[in-house]
Write a protein that binds this ligand. Structure first.
Ligand code: ZN
Ligand code: ZN
Length: 181
């Protein structure tokens, strides 16, 4: 494990949230989609199933995506602003069979606030360990998904959406075409 368990979970969850949107797609079109995302990514605590909650979660994403493209000083500015706006106060807590980990806002804080703070706390760890290079954009030319490279040898190039396979298939076809010409 490179980072603390809650840091790795926070990074992965943040990338997943950022990847629910792109130039021509909306992965959180309605409240039901957010419900599904909530369950799929093992979120717990307050969940309102309302349009307002959905709107706040969607509005958070561009700011989080920016973390993947910003220089370290800008990352720090975003992280500090998110923590300040959310009145973050780190506390070690234990719930649902999980070992002690940090929460910086109460479990009944709004979902978008908790997502913002979880992202900020995880990013704070990356900054402190000088590991922002772990934040990457998928190498596939047709994909703008972000990813967090948690591999030991920093070898991860593709997102979770099957781009590694797609790239392997195109490389194979290109080799075959070259061999036949
Ligand atoms: Zn927790
Ligand atoms: Zn991809």
């Amino acid at each position: 494990m490179l980072f603390a368990h809650d840091t790795e979970c926070g990074l992965t969850a943040t990338a997943a949230l950022v990847n629910t949107t792109g130039p021509d797609r909306e992965g959180l079109p309605d409240v039901a989609a957010l419900d599904e995302f909530f369950t799929a990514h093992a979120w717990t605590g307050r969940h309102e199933h309302t349009e307002a909650e959905l709107r706040d979660v969607r509005a958070l994403r561009p700011r989080l995506r920016r973390l993947w493209h910003a220089d370290p000083d800008e990352v720090v500015a975003i992280v500090n602003a998110l923590l300040r706006e959310s009145h973050a106060l780190p506390q070690l807590i234990r719930h649902d069979d999980e070992p002690y980990h940090l929460h910086a806002v109460p479990r009944d804080a709004p979902l978008a606030t908790r997502m913002a703070v979880e992202a900020a706390m995880a990013m704070a760890d990356l900054v402190r360990m000088d590991e922002l290079s772990r934040l990457r954009v998928c190498d596939h030319p047709d994909c703008d998904n972000v990813l967090v490279d948690l591999s030991k040898n920093r070898s991860r190039r593709f997102c979770d959406a099957g781009c590694g396979n797609r790239a392997a298939v195109s490389a194979y076809r290109a080799r075959r075409a070259a061999a036949q010409s």
